[in-house]
Ligand binder design. Structure first.
Ligand SMILES: C[S@@+](CC[C@H](N)C(=O)[O-])C[C@H]1O[C@@H](n2cnc3c(N)ncnc32)[C@H](O)[C@@H]1O
Ligand code: SF4
Length: 443
């Protein structure tokens, strides 16, 4: 069904139903209707106590072009700005190094924007500082743009210690790449993938976007086969999410792009499932398929993480906080000797448990013992009745210790997660992009 102009009642009613459903689930799981992040100051160091290992995230907010559908915090790259940004990130690392001390850092993820824009401007200095100041016990996961992956740049990336590389390919048909405004052809994309696979990374992940305007099942199938033939270790296939604060809704209206219903998207994902399962890939997260025997590429592999850079989030057990999204405000805060934290949310134990469940549902399987070790409570005692209901509906299976989502569960539970994520992200990121230091954001 094409997008319609204006907001007819059916759409408004749909949004109201969606909000109502979201607030019911929030109330059921957290005992609150709405969450609010505030700009109140707090002392950071006590939040590191009792943590035994951490993930590290670095945000690079620069791109060489801005894609119309993209929700992430980014702006156009310039060498001068990237150099000033580097100085600020180095200061932020200094400020954290005493607090983090010798805590093992067990995953390191560099995301964006486009981290490969800073390959020759700042990134080597930042990595040198990270590995000198923190107790790093891991290699690097790096997001990259296909146009940055020349043979020379790929060698630089290997030399920097990147073991897991993700490439934002998005589509393997020229007409879809044009619709998404991606600046390369399908042939060029395939050549880049072949080059990266030949470099010997532990894992090469390719991002695909599906449910694109007029995309056919045959096109999806042939993209899947092409990626398998190229020897890609993992494919992360997301449906095109429509974020209201991006240019996409307007572009979709102007061009009468078709939007897909939940069942149509489910069917498209099933097409990919069939192709990848037949080639010995398994589902390792809701949207990702990994070749058997390859390590998986994943942004979050430990529950607690520290974020560096503009718009980076940190989750330290009982608090979640977010740096300012504004690059200039981020640079200025650190130059003035202040932390760049804009908003925070103290997490009750109930919220921590729901957060734990949220992340583990994303990974599609989890251990009840892990929950008990983390919270000193049995998973069944807290969520038993919901697990039994989901099991009855065929959305998950329960073993002695393991809970695993079925393919239907992976799709439908993630659709419910999206009900939260897309709305929360739109409010939190949408507001944070407009005001560097918002007083409060109510989700
Ligand atoms: C930070 S980008 C990847 C690196 C690089 N900036 C690039 O675009 O090649 C992260 C990924 O998010 C996904 N993405 C971005 N916007 C999306 C949207 N609206 N819907 C679905 N996936 C999206 C794309 O698959 C993209 O590769
Ligand atoms: S999709 Fe990637 S390249 Fe495009 S604007 Fe977003 S982060 Fe930048």
């Amino acid at each position: 069904m094409p997008y319609r102009h204006g907001a007819p009642n059916s759409v408004r009613d749909g949004m109201e139903t969606r909000n109502w459903f979201r607030s019911q689930i929030t109330d059921m799981l957290l005992g609150e209707h709405r969450l609010a992040l505030k700009s109140e100051a707090f002392e950071l160091s006590p939040h590191f106590e009792g943590i035994d290992n951490l993930g590290l995230y670095l945000h690079v907010p620069f791109c060489r072009q801005i894609c119309p559908y993209c929700p992430y915090n980014k702006e156009l790259f310039s060498v001068a700005l990237a150099e000033r940004y580097t100085e600020a990130v180095l200061k932020e690392i200094d400020r954290y190094s005493a607090m983090v001390g010798s805590l093992p850092v067990t995953t390191f993820y560099i995301g964006g924007g486009t981290p490969t824009t800073m390959l020759h401007t700042g990134l080597p200095r930042i990595l040198e500082s990270v590995y000198r100041r923190f107790n790093m016990q891991c290699g690097i996961h790096l997001e990259s743009h296909p146009n940055d992956l020349s043979p020379e740049n790929l060698s630089t990336i290997v030399a920097l210690g990147v073991e897991h590389l993700s490439i934002g390919i998005e589509a393997l048909q020229d007409h879809h790449l044009r619709i998404l405004c991606r600046p390369y052809t399908a042939d060029e994309a395939q050549a880049v993938i072949a080059r990266a696979v030949g470099k010997g990374f532990e894992c090469v992940n390719v991002d695909l976007i599906f449910a694109l305007p007029d995309q056919t099942h045959e096109e999806l199938e042939s993209s899947g086969h092409a990626l398998i033939e190229l020897g890609v270790d993992q494919i992360a296939a997301y449906p095109l999410f429509n974020f209201p604060y991006t240019q996409w809704p307007q572009l979709a209206r102007q061009n009468h792009y078709r939007s897909y219903g939940l069942l149509q998207k489910r069917r498209m994902l099933q097409v990919l499932e069939q192709v990848f399962y037949a080639a010995d890939y398994t589902r390792t997260s809701v949207w990702a398929f990994t070749k058997t025997g390859s390590p998986k590429y994943c942004s979050v592999t430990v529950p607690l993480y520290l974020g560096l850079g503009a718009s980076a989030g940190s989750y330290l057990r009982d608090i979640f906080y977010l740096n300012t999204f504004n690059t200039e405000a981020y640079i200025q805060a650190l130059a003035d000797g202040r932390m760049p934290i804009a908003l925070s949310l103290e997490l009750s134990e109930r919220m921590q448990m729901a957060g734990w469940l949220y992340w583990h549902i994303y990974e599609t399987r989890f251990s009840k013992d892990d929950f008990e070790r983390r919270f000193q409570l049995r998973l069944d005692a807290v969520y038993g009745r919901y697990l039994r209901l989901l099991s009855f509906l065929g959305l998950l299976t329960e073993g002695e210790d393991e809970v695993a989502l079925t393919d239907a569960g992976a799709y439908w539970l993630h659709t419910v997660q999206d009900l939260f994520s897309i709305d929360y992200i739109s409010k939190l990121w949408g507001t944070s992009r407009q005001a560097p230091w918002p007083a409060e954001v109510r989700l």
